[in-house]
Ligand binder design. Sequence first.
Ligand SMILES: [Zn+2]
Ligand SMILES: [Zn+2]
Length: 406
Amino acid sequence: MVRETKYYDLLDVTPDASEPDLKKAYRKKALKLHPDKGGDPELFKEVTHAYEVLSDPQKRSIYDTRGEAGLSEQGGMGGMDPQDLFSQLFGGAGGFFGGGGGGRSQGPRKTKDLVHRVHVTLEELYKGKTTKLALTRNILCSKCKGKGGKDGAVRTCPGCNGRGVKVIMRQMGPMIQQIQTACDDCSGTGEFINPRDRCQSCKGKKVIADKKMLEVHIDKGMKGGQTVIFRGESDQSPTAEPGDVVIVIEEKPHERFRRQENDLIIEVEIDLLTALAGGRFAIRHLDERALIVQVHPGEITKHGDVKVIHGQGMPSQRHHEPGDMYVKINVKFPESIDIASVPLLERALPPREPLEKYGKDVVLDEVTLDDADTRSKTGFRSAQAAAGDDAMDEDSEEPRVQCANQ
Ligand SMILES: [Zn+2]
Ligand SMILES: [Zn+2]
């Protein structure tokens, strides 16, 4: 049971109307009542407000249980500009500025943020970097101080009465559709300047394109997806505050290291002798160093072991401890061995595992191993085949992502 039906009545629907019903009803009403079509602006506003409330499930439930009074208790019912809601629903001109999209009541209008993606290598993120970025954005024309012409030259566009949009009718089969489009007399600005009075410098556009160099500081340890923001460096406009330039850090994949938060992960290959008897191997780091890793004699390193080198991961941005480096060890077996040295191996290594014992009913049949190259038949992958695939992956070019200027 609803307490009041005023809002539903305004839209000519019953209180059990679904969301699509409401939208349809509002469309119908709004088109009839739109001030551009000679409708009553006050009524248009009321109907829009009713729709705004009923189309928001939370507000609708407050209205249903406590009526209009309940809504005003809620506070913050600033309400949308009916023109905005109308444009939103009818996919109108959108206007010169793409930003916004709700929350218009708070703060001044801003021009759209300029978003740039900067592709950075892991080395650069490890060491930090300052990169220069050339940026083209609109600034207010200094000749006319953003007015577009001499004082008094700017008039309200007669084509759209300064609204910047026109509603046109279009026949679609049996239906007549009303579409809101940008006014072509004034390109949606709502203003008109006599060509003779136009500012020569900006051709009446009030803004001119300007190039600016930005220095982007990429801090040590930054991660992909993080942003560097230059407040107010986006397009200038006579009617809006400039938005921000947002630099988005994109981390390029690295050919040897994988990053997991602040840790680095690498696979290294060591020879069998080092794995069994100790030795050294090197890891080229992301800066000007190579880590020389000691494997002590008597310390057996198995194929597939994962070890850690503390403190050799990525630097931490907030001067905390750096991450760690995880090292996965692959042991490379020799291709051949001198048979004469086999007795030495027999002395050094634990004895061969004895054969399993079978009952008398099992016949022992001697066979030998041949090389197999079919992984399709067995589902197994030989070490060589796997290595071959990895090599191919490394050769394949990473996808090229263009810098987008949105
Ligand atoms: Zn116009
Ligand atoms: Zn100018």
